[in-house]
Design a protein around this ligand. Structure first.
Ligand code: ZN
Length: 147
């Protein structure tokens, strides 16, 4: 049974689904502060703790990586602050939208319906193309930071 799940690529759908849920829950839990920092709200203690900077590239080299600002951009997108989201990372709102669309898509893919419905099978190719374009957009906007 376990081998069958791995052979059909269903575990990939579960991993992406879990990752996207973590991203969305994280964006809902974190709120950008005034100094471009992030705060994690503790639900039962009515207090916030400062979220540490996780980017290794920025810590080691002192320059932002293509993904820098995505967490703050996602947290701003959830709060409908698109201006703030774009200022943290211009690709962030699009990537966050892709994360949201991944949830029903991965559930449908996990159920096996993608291979029985031609329209859903075409959506798989569209999703992959959009994802590659957005990842390319991350690199392009990252390069534009240095110009
Ligand atoms: Zn970074």
């Amino acid at each position: 049974m376990k081998l069958n799940v791995l052979q059909n690529g269903r575990s990939e759908h579960l991993c992406v689904l879990a990752f996207c849920l973590i991203v969305i829950i994280g964006a809902l839990s974190l709120s950008p502060g005034d100094n471009s920092d992030l705060h994690f709200a503790l639900p039962f203690f009515r207090t916030e703790i400062l979220f540490p900077q996780l980017c290794v590239v920025n810590r080691v080299l002192g320059i932002p990586c293509p993904g820098c600002g995505l967490t703050r951009s996602f947290a701003s997108t959830v709060r409908m602050d698109l201006k703030g989201a774009v200022s943290f990372n211009p690709v962030g709102p699009i990537l966050f939208l892709i994360c949201i669309f991944q949830i029903p898509y991965r559930i449908i893919a996990y159920s096996g319906l993608l291979h029985t419905r031609p329209l859903l099978k075409k959506s798989e190719n569209i999703f992959q193309a959009v994802t590659w374009w957005v990842l390319g957009g991350l690199v392009v906007t990252w390069l534009a930071r240095f110009l």
